[in-house]
Design a protein. Structure first.
Length: 261
C-alpha cells in the first residue's frame, strides 16, 4: 500500500497481512485500542477507522467484554450443477445439503424450519405460472455448518403440487422434496438459475451473523418438468463464507486432477 494512502488504511493493511499469513490466527484477540495506538503512534480515531475496515471485510468481530477477535475464514462450496439433482450423492433418507457437507468433511444441520401458505407475489406468480395472489406453499429453513449460520433458504411450490406430494407438513419430507415430487410424476428435468449480489436486509444480517458491510449472494433456482414450473428456491448465502461452483460438460481431465477443493 502506498505511503500516500490514509494512515488508517495502512494500519488495516498491516493487520490484514498478519491475519492472512497466520501471524494472527483465527480466534486470537487483536491488541487493544490503547496498545494499537502506542504501536502505531496514532490517535484513537485512526485505530477505530482501521478496525472498522477489517470488521466491514468480515475479518474481525468485536464483542463486549471479549475485545476484538479474528474470525475464522471458512469457505463453503455449493456445487450448484448437481447438489439438488435426484441422482445426487445422497441416500433416500439424506438430502443434498447433508450429503454436500459430509463430502466436505463438515457437519450440516437445519434449524428454524417453517412451513407457511403465502399468496403469490407478481414475481413469484410469473415464475411459477400461477395467478397473482394464488396460494403457494413456502418451506423455509436456516442452514448451519459446524454450528455457524451459512445460508437461508425458502422454497415455493404451487398449491396443487404441494397437496399431491405431501408438502403441507411442518417437518422434513423423508428422502427430500425432489424425490417426493418425482414419485408423483413431477420430475425436475430443467433449471433456470439466477445469481445476484446485494447488501443484506436487517433480518438476514442478524440470522447469518454478518459483519457490517458484508454482502449476500442471492441464488434463485426455478425448476421445470416437461409441462410446467415445479418450484422456486431462494437461497441467501453469506457472502464472506460461500462460493457457488458449476461443473458442466465433459470434465474427465478435471476429475483426474482432483476436481474443486
Amino acid at each position: 500500500m502506498a505511503q500516500s494512502d490514509p494512515l488508517y488504511q495502512r494500519i488495516a493493511s498491516d493487520l490484514r497481512d498478519q491475519i492472512r499469513t497466520g501471524a494472527i490466527k483465527a480466534g486470537d484477540r487483536l491488541p487493544t485500542e490503547v496498545e494499537l495506538r502506542e504501536q502505531y503512534d496514532v490517535s484513537r480515531n485512526t485505530v477505530r477507522l482501521a478496525l472498522g475496515v477489517l470488521q466491514n471485510e468480515g475479518m474481525i468481530s468485536s464483542t463486549q467484554g471479549k475485545g476484538t477477535v479474528v474470525r475464522e475464514q471458512v469457505m463453503l462450496t455449493y456445487h450448484a450443477a448437481w447438489a439438488e439433482s435426484r441422482d445426487r450423492h445422497a441416500s433416500d433418507q439424506t438430502d443434498a445439503f447433508y450429503a454436500e457437507m459430509r463430502d466436505q468433511g463438515r457437519k450440516g444441520e437445519y434449524r428454524d424450519f417453517e412451513m407457511r401458505i403465502k399468496p403469490a407475489t407478481p414475481e413469484l406468480a410469473a415464475r411459477l405460472r400461477v395467478d397473482e395472489g394464488d396460494s403457494l406453499v413456502s418451506r423455509a429453513i436456516s442452514r448451519f455448518v459446524d454450528g455457524q449460520p451459512f445460508s437461508l433458504q425458502d422454497s415455493y411450490y404451487p398449491m396443487d403440487i404441494s397437496q399431491e406430494c405431501g408438502l403441507l407438513t411442518p417437518h422434513d419430507v423423508p428422502g427430500g422434496v425432489i424425490r417426493a415430487l418425482a414419485a408423483k410424476g413431477h420430475t425436475e428435468i430443467g433449471y433456470v438459475d439466477e445469481l445476484t449480489t446485494r447488501m443484506p436486509r436487517p433480518d438476514e444480517a442478524r440470522k447469518l451473523g454478518l459483519s457490517q458491510g458484508t454482502p449476500v449472494l442471492v441464488y434463485v433456482r426455478t425448476t421445470y418438468s416437461d409441462k410446467r414450473p415445479l418450484r422456486l428456491t431462494l437461497t441467501i448465502f453469506a457472502g464472506d463464507r460461500n462460493r457457488v461452483v458449476y461443473e458442466l460438460g465433459d470434465l474427465t481431465a478435471y476429475a483426474e486432477n482432483g476436481g474443486a477443493s
